[in-house]
Structures are given as C-alpha cells and as structure tokens.
Design a protein around this ligand. Structure first.
Ligand code: NDP
Ligand code: HEM
Length: 490
C-alpha cells in the first residue's frame, strides 16, 4: 500500500487490488463475469434505496438528553418522570410532512417533532409535531387528508386546490389550517420551534390512579419563523437550510434546549369538561389546565451517519413505559398500530435491532425469533415458547395498567355534534393570540394558496373563515376578489 490508508476489501474482507479498472479480455473489453468485485459494487448500489417514509420523508436529527427537574410521582410511576436530576439519553428527528425526501426544509407544512427516550424501563417515544393540534380527529380520514398534500394522480403536480377542497369539506381542520398558514407554518429550523405531544396521553401511578396529560416542549431559543417570501426563496437556494442550522449549531457547541411542561387533567374531569379532551383538533386552554414545568431537553450530539442513525430511526407511539399510557383519542388509537406496521415494511421485521432503535438502557427479553436480517444472536439457546419450565422470561403483573372505564354502544359516531363549537378555538387564535401583523399575513398566505382553487371551493372555505371571525372572512374574500356581502351570507 502506498500510504497508511486502510486497505480496501470486498464486503467479506477480501483485499481488492484494483478499484479503478474492471477485468476485461484485452484492454478494450468485453468485461469478464468473474469480476465479483465489480458485480458486488453494482448489485449493492442497485439496492441502496429503501422506501422513504410515506409521510415525514424529509428530516434531520440529533442526540441529546432529557433532565427532569420536577417529579410527577403523584401521577405516575414512570422513572423518566419521577427521578429528578437524572439525565435520560434521547434522539430527536424533525421533518416536514408532505414532501419527498429531497424536498425543501422551509416548505409551509407542520414539522414533525419525534423523540425517543432510552429509559431504563424501555424506550419511550413521543412522536409529535410543532403544533398542539391536527387537521383531522379520526384516523379513518388520515390517508385521504395526506393525499391532498401529495401529488395529483393525473399530473404528478401539487396543486393547492386539492387541500382546500378537502379542508372546506372537513371543518374540524380549520384550527390547524390557521396555524399552518400563520407565521408558525414556516419555522426557521427545529431550534426555533416548539414541540407538542399533541394527543392526550395518560399517566398512572402505583395506587391505580389515572390522569390525562399533554406534553409541551417550548424552545429556549425563542420562536423564529421565515416570512412566506423568505421561505420560498430559501427553498430554491438552500433547500436543506434547517438541517444545516441544527447540525452547525451543535457542531459549534451551541446546544439547543427546550423547556418541557405538562398539562394534567384528573381522569374523571374528562366526563364533564366542556371540551372533549380526546379531540385532537382542540387544545386544552392554559387557563383551564395550566402548564407545569417539569424539565429540560437538550440536543448536543450530531449523528455520525445520516442513513444509519436518522433514516433508519423508527419512532412509534406504541413505545410507552410503565406509568405512561394512551387515551381514547381516535387518532392516537390508530397511530399505536400504524407506526410499527410502517417500520416493518420500511425497515424489516427486525428493525428493533438497528442500533438507533434499540432499547439501549433496558434488557430486551422476548419470544420473537428469526425473521429477515436477524443479527443479534436470536436469543441463542434460550427456550422460545411460553409457558415453559426452562427459565424463560415471564410476565410481571406488577406492571398492569389500571383498568380503563369505557362505556357506549359500538357505532360510527359522526362529528361535529349539534352542540359542538367548532369555531371557538380558531376564534380565540384569531382574536386573542395573533396580533394585527400576524392576522394580515395569515390572510395573505391563505389568499396566495387558494388562488388556484375553483370558485366554489373558495366560497365554501370563506364561509368557514367568516364563522371564525367576520374580519377574517372579509379579508380572504377581498383578497380573492369575491363579493364579501354574498360570502358573508353563505
Ligand atoms: P393562551 O393565551 O393561554 O395561549 C395562547 C397560546 O398560543 C400561547 O401560549 C402560545 O402557545 C400560542 N401562540 C402564541 N403566539 C402564537 C402564534 N403566533 N401562532 C400560534 N400560536 C401562538 O390561551 P389558550 O390556552 O386559551 O389558547 C388560545 C388559543 O391559542 C387556542 O385556541 C389555540 O388556537 C392557541 N394555542 C393554544 C395552546 C394551548 O396549549 N393552550 C398551544 C398553542 C396555541 P405556546 O406557548 O405553546 O407557543
Ligand atoms: C410518520 C402514520 C398522525 C407525527 C408517520 C409514518 C406513518 C404515520 C405511517 C411513517 C413512519 C415511518 O415510516 O417511520 C400516521 C397516521 C396518523 C398520523 C396513521 C393518524 C391516524 C400523526 C400525528 C402526528 C404525527 C397526529 C403528530 C402529532 C408523525 C411524525 C412522523 C410521522 C413526527 C415522523 C417520525 C420520524 O421522524 O421518523 N406517521 N400519522 N403523525 N408521524 Fe404520523
């Protein structure tokens, strides 16, 4: 070897003498089939791509720690939420939703905020977004909604009228649509946005008591967003802007941090609270259930290899630890099943063995065996059925979640109910939270996006904005050149 460089080998360690010239019959070829090195290179390359995530395909991530500052032991037995001061290692992945894996980071889209905490009681995944709510509240509508964000089957283009058609026929979406078209729809990067568990989850303690909980991650860097014009420009000039922003901050030792808080609701409040607390299109107003600060999350280490550690990461709401549970939220219920199913398709049945997905601080003892690409020794000689009399792992009733009271007749229950206020929280956002400039930009962003919609879709949508607030409806109608008196009367 000419220098101290490591020796090049085949995938099986056989030294390679020449990586520049294939074996040919004479200097002008043809190529001999015996050039196994050439074939290995070609065949591996042909198989390099794995399916991208069906949603949230474009992303980036980093490792970090979560440190608890306030114990939630009154509510939960989960060590990650009760052992004050302990640092729990974690990994985060941030993403846009609708674009392909090469799409621009600055697209107007919710941002995924997926977290995996490697706790000593197993992995706990919180797979949230940078918004506290969502567009739909029944998973039966999820794939339809996502299609409106993706490409038209005929043209393979992404006209916006498809989304406005769906949203105008799905009024539960308008709260999230307002956040999407507000300044928060184009965050600068993960460092400058909040994250939310979004769903209602549950906490349960050893006394068998259950509380409902929502998780909030507030950026300590402050919220920073791009204007619509900046976001569009950067999409063209620097489509990986946000990924680069996070990794260079970490590289420079400027570790981003988030304040972690919870809202907690006693189990029985859910029966009488004026809002359905399991409706993913609504927040719990802070005035009703105040934020309780419980800790801090910091990101402080970049991955060494994007594909190995971020592309192959697999987050799943079904990963919970004793003391943290689910809720009747119809979306969450479906997500509990959907993610591991998607991972088995995208990464294979043994995806739990990929290092970033391993329960690195808990011992894994299952009766699963075999499957494609099993690489961990397959539990060796250990007995592979249960019950058994050979010392195999056994279940422990001490980890049983308290029973959940459920009642009601099985049926497909339509929303909205007659007495439901679909427009109240969007109105709060318009009137109480946004300032004049933010309202103006919200209207402008919507008008720009609705420009390609047929008139009947524009009118149907404007009727919703009027119900949120007359100024809002009027602003959008005027922007689209629609007679405001007629629109108001719809
Ligand atoms: P609050 O006044 O207590 O909360 C308003 C919240 O709105 C803020 O705490 C902040 O949440 C968020 N917010 C601030 N500026 C913006 C903005 N420009 N765009 C979007 N969100 C912003 O009132 P309520 O709790 O009664 O909520 C009122 C409305 O605020 C809700 O209807 C909802 O639309 C919105 N909201 C509420 C949240 C909640 O969990 N209660 C969370 C986010 C929005 P944060 O501190 O999380 O950034
Ligand atoms: C990714 C399904 C709603 C946040 C995904 C993936 C699927 C999926 C199949 C790809 C998983 C993969 O291949 O790794 C669903 C379904 C939903 C739903 C069926 C509704 C029923 C939501 C909601 C949120 C959310 C409400 C946030 C509150 C995410 C995030 C990712 C993701 C952050 C990317 C995770 C990562 O970075 O790997 N979703 N989703 N999803 N979803 Fe959902």
């Amino acid at each position: 070897m000419a220098d101290q460089s490591p020796r090049l080998t085949t995938a099986f360690g056989n030294p390679i003498s020449d990586n520049q010239n294939s074996i040919t019959a004479g200097p002008r070829g043809p190529v001999l089939m015996q050039d196994y090195h050439l074939i290995e290179k070609m065949a591996h390359f042909n198989r390099e791509r794995i399916p991208e995530r069906v949603v949230h395909a474009k992303g980036y991530g980093a490792y970090g720690t979560f440190r608890l500052t306030k114990s939630l032991s009154a509510y939960t037995r989960a060590k990650v939420l009760t052992e004050v001061g302990k640092e729990v290692p974690m990994v985060a992945r941030f993403s846009t939703v609708g674009g392909e894996s090469g799409s621009a980071d600055t697209a107007r889209d919710p941002r995924g905020f997926a977290l995996k905490f490697y706790t000593e009681e197993g992995n706990w995944d919180l797979v949230g977004n940078n918004t506290p709510i969502f567009f739909v509240r029944d998973a039966i509508k999820f794939s339809d909604f996502i299609r409106t964000q993706k490409r038209d089957p005929r043209t393979h283009l992404k006209p916006h009228w498809r989304r406005w058609d769906f949203w105008s026929l799905s009024p539960e979406a308008i709260h999230q649509v307002m956040i999407l078209y507000s300044d928060r729809g184009t965050p600068k990067s993960a460092r400058f946005m909040n994250g939310y568990g979004s769903h209602t989850f549950s906490l349960w303690n050893e006394r068998g008591e259950r509380h409902w909980v929502k998780f909030h991650f507030h950026t300590k860097q402050g919220i920073q967003n791009f204007s619509a014009e900046e976001a569009d420009r950067i999409a063209g000039t620097d489509p990986d802007y946000s990924a680069a922003d996070l990794s260079s901050a970490i590289e420079q030792g400027d570790f981003p941090k988030w304040k972690v808080s919870v809202q907690i609701m006693p189990e029985l409040d859910a029966d009488t609270y004026r809002i359905n607390p399991f409706d993913l299109t609504k927040v719990w107003p802070h005035g009703d259930y105040p934020l309780i600060e419980i800790g801090e999350m910091e990101l402080n280490r970049n991955p060494e290899n994007y594909f190995a550690e971020i592309e192959q990461s697999a987050f799943e709401p079904s990963n919970v630890v004793p003391g943290i549970g689910f809720s009747p939220d119809k979306m969450l219920q479906n997500r509990i099943l959907s993610y591991s199913d998607a991972h088995r398709y995208r990464l294979g049945v043994n995806y739990h063995q990929i290092p970033v997905n391993q329960a690195r601080n808990a011992k894994v003892q299952t009766y699963h065996r075999d499957g494609a690409m099993r690489t961990d020794g397959n539990h060796g000689a250990q007995v592979d059925y249960q019950p058994n009399s050979f010392g195999g792992p056994v279940e422990d009733p001490a980890f049983a979640e308290p029973p959940l009271r459920i009642r009601g007749d099985a049926a497909r229950y339509g929303w909205p109910n007659d007495d439901e206020d679909l427009y109240g929280q969007p109105r709060q956002l318009w009137s109480k939270v946004l300032n004049d400039g933010e309202r103006e930009r919200l209207v402008k962003n919507i008008v720009t996006s609705m420009g390609d919609s047929p008139r009947h879709i524009q009118e149907r949508m404007i009727a919703h904005w009027y119900k949120v607030h007359p100024d809002f409806g009027r602003g959008v109608a005027e922007g689209l050149g629609i007679d405001t008196r007629q629109a108001a009367a719809e």
